[in-house]
Ligand binder design. Structure first.
Ligand code: C2E
Ligand code: MG
Ligand code: MG
Length: 693
């Protein structure tokens, strides 16, 4: 602004100076002419006065011209000084890294050119300074520690992240060898790999001696001449990542609940144990453990209790096993144990027996979960290396087959692997697909097991039991295929088919016998969980015109307690329909009396396992006595299942149990045979009534 005004002002001043100077000269010249002309006409005596006057004018004009020139020079000098001052001030600002405003263009004179050069210099400096500051900001904003070194590894430059990572001040690091910050006890010196760009890992050592895992890359600082050999190391602290990796590795190998190796890790450890056993020519023993009826514990007490049970198993196994044994959780409630130096021969065999028995006994000790006393047993399958299998997969498979056999034997036992067991396992798999085909081909049948009134010996009704008739193998019992059907939704189809068949048979019986009695049908959990279950049952009954009051649905104690709130509602609907409801296998679950009272149940069926040993096991006798008493108090009928001999029958008679069913009265029979029984009873020619006398 000032700069722009100066040239115009100066021009004005100069023009004014010239004008005034010219005016002074013109006046001087006019005076000289006037004086000369007047001297010609005036007497000589007056010449002196005339000359004096002319001289006065000349002197005044000159003085005026000189004064004006002085003013012009002063103004010019002032203007130049102002320009120089401005230049100096701007230069000082530049020195202090303040780029300010560009200088006004001040013409073509030397100072003007100097100003233009200054402006150019200022612009260039500003652009390099701005980009350098920007670079600095980028560097200090980076999360990675950046270390620039010379070709010899001397630190030339670092960023804020580096000082924060290592705890050194910038001055301490500059000039230091980069090797100084590498923790050489844990990693090699940094590798100058500027071509691949692949991150590498190393350990830095902080000022305080802390070892820090880092991932770093190295690149070259390139300049225009391409001669620079400086390196840039960009390092990232990967402590958290390492920790996460370790955690993941741990979780991938260790079962989170029981803190023992999981299946994958166990297989790996078993592999190593087998390799060691092979090298030292020693045997090795694999125990496969599974909790009996674990699902019931889960269903009855909830998943927390189930978890506590699994933890207890892991703890007890760990505590009772010999040194160097390895324990793993293979799945759900399945655990496995490798015990080195235990074999199949002589003393080894005895030691294996003792260990297996002591482990099962230890597991069978009751324990408390959330105030409930839980009784748990386990079964065990044993396979030996090298006798039973030479590798991990076969050894586990064979121990599993032995476990299955232990389960079939009733649980709480251990079984050694035998080749025949594997055949059974293969068959089990085959069964699944064959069962589906059998169902479609109508190879299933329903047999009926009569229930007798214990007081009169009269047939009170029957239980419908499904069977599978294989052309080449005869009848297969539900225990061999119902669990398989329950693994798929086939159980729902089978269940509905059984009910339909029962209704059909019932109609046939009704035509010949006055009262076929109350027929009970077993229900599986999956059926109960079906939406519209009540409607479906109602529809089947209606289609055969069978009264719901003629039927009873048997639900096991465990199924009942699976989701009590939901089940109560469902059973209320079934009860409202007119159906009778019975609790099957009573005594094997964990239901309490108060829990039972909420269900609209009219019959308790005592599990056959209690009836079996009633004569020899006083506990079982007490249990049965209690159940009968309880049923009476709750106004329920009590049916004792699995009555095989007269001792059992007499015992139950003494207790005044309501009904009995069992092999004592023959095998479960076809629909035709049941009708014959009903007719014989009506005639008074049935053979069983004598047993009740
Ligand atoms: P459950 O309902 O407890 O049936 C009684 C079982 O005891 C039947 O076995 C019967 O044959 C057997 N039994 C009867 N009297 C005696 C005896 O004196 N001694 C011995 N040791 N056993 C006796 P089964 O027919 O093998 O049925 C086994 C289980 O399969 C049944 O137990 C029931 O839970 C299930 N089941 C049978 N039919 C069906 C069905 O249609 N649907 C569903 N979901 N389950 C069924
Ligand atoms: Mg039953
Ligand atoms: Mg039963």
């Amino acid at each position: 602004m000032i700069g722009r005004r100066i040239p115009r002002y100066t021009k004005l001043i100069v023009a004014l100076g010239i004008a005034l100077g010219t005016a002074a000269l013109v006046i001087l010249y006019r005076e000289y002419r006037l004086v000369t002309e007047q001297m010609a006409v005036t007497p000589a005596a007056e010449h002196e006065a005339l000359v004096r006057t002319g001289f006065g004018w000349a002197a005044g004009g000159s003085l005026l011209a000189l004064g004006l020139c002085a003013i012009v020079v002063w103004l010019f000098a002032r203007r130049q000084t102002a320009r120089i001052d401005e230049l100096r001030a701007e230069a000082e600002k530049l020195r202090d890294a303040d780029f300010g405003e560009p200088l006004s263009q001040t013409g073509d004179d030397a100072l003007g050119q100097l100003g233009a050069v200054f402006n150019d210099m200022r612009d260039r400096l500003r652009s390099t300074t701005v980009s350098r500051d920007y670079m600095d900001r980028i560097l200090s904003g980076m999360n990675e520690a950046i270390v620039v070194t010379s070709a010899h590894g001397r630190v030339k430059r670092i960023n804020r992240a580096t000082t924060e990572l290592l705890g050194y001040a910038e001055d301490e690091l500059l000039g230091m060898s980069i090797d100084y910050i590498v923790d050489t006890s844990k990693s090699a010196t940094l590798i100058d790999d500027f071509t691949s760009g692949v991150p590498r890992e190393a350990f830095f050592e902080s000022k305080f001696g802390e070892s820090i895992p880092v991932s770093y890359t190295c690149s070259l600082v390139e300049d225009e001449s391409k001669e620079s050999t400086d390196r840039i190391y960009a390092a990232q602290n990967i402590t958290e990542r390492r920790r996460a990796e370790q955690r993941i590795r741990y979780l991938a190998r260790i079962d989170a609940l029981t803190k023992v190796p999981n299946r994958m890790q166990f297989q790996h450890l078993l592999q190593r144990a087998i390799a060691r056993a092979r090298r030292s020519n020693q045997p090795l023993c694999l125990l496969y453990v599974d909790i009996d009826h674990f699902k019931e514990i889960n269903d009855t007490f909830g998943h927390l209790a189930g978890d506590a049970t699994l933890e207890t198993v892991a703890e007890r196994l760990s505590a009772a096993l010999p040194e160097k044994s390895v324990i793993g959780r293979l799945a759900g409630d399945e655990f496995a144990v490798v015990v080195p130096n235990l074999g199949a021969q002589g003393e080894d065999r005895n030691a294996t027996n003792d260990l297996a028995r002591s482990l099962l006994d230890r597991l069978a000790d009751p324990f408390f979960v959330q105030g409930h006393e839980v009784f748990m047993t386990a079964s065990m399958g044993i396979a030996l290396y090298p006798k039973d299998a030479p590798n991990v997969i076969d050894l586990i498979r064979n121990a599993d087959a032995a476990l299955y056999s232990a389960k079939k034997a009733g649980g709480n036992v251990f079984k050694y692997y035998k080749p025949a067991m594997n055949e059974a396992a293969v068959e089990r798999l085959m069964t699944k697909s064959r069962l589906k085909r059998a169902f479609e081909r109508d190879e299933l049948l329903v047999h009926y097991q009569p229930k007798y009134n214990i007081e009169t010996g009269e047939v009170f009704g029957a239980e419908a039991l499904v069977r599978w008739e294989l052309p080449d193998r005869g009848l297969i019992l539900p225990s061999d295929f119902i669990p398989i059907a329950e693994e798929t939704n086939l159980i729902i189809e089978i269940g509905e088919w059984v009910l339909d068949k029962v209704c059909e048979d019932f109609r046939l019986w009704q035509r010949s016998a006055s009262s076929p009695g109350r027929v009970s049908v077993n229900l599986s959990l999956k059926q109960l969980r079906q939406v519209n279950f009540t409607k479906r049952i109602g529809a089947i009954l209606r289609s055969h015109e069978v009264s719901p009051t003629s039927l009873e649905l048997e639900i096991t104690e465990t199924t009942l307690m699976e989701n009590p709130e939901r089940t109560v509602k469902l059973l209320d609907q079934l009860y409202a329909l007119g159906l009778h409801l019975a609790i099957d296998d009573f005594g094997t679950g964990y239901s309490s009396l108060s829990a039972l009272q909420q269900f609209p149940i009219s019959t308790l069926k005592i599990d056959k396992s209690f009836v079996r040993d009633v004569a020899t096991n006083p506990d079982d006798a007490t249990i049965i006595g209690t159940i009968v008493q309880m049923g009476r108090n709750l106004n329920m009928d009590v049916v004792a299942e699995g009555v095989e001999d007269e001792h059992q029958l007499n015992f139950l008679q003494r207790l005044e149990c309501t009904y009995v069913q069992g092999l004592l009265f023959g095998d479960p029979m076809s629909a035709e045979n049941y009708l014959e029984l009903l007719l014989a009873q009506a005639d008074g020619t049935d053979s069983y009534r004598a047993l009740f006398a």
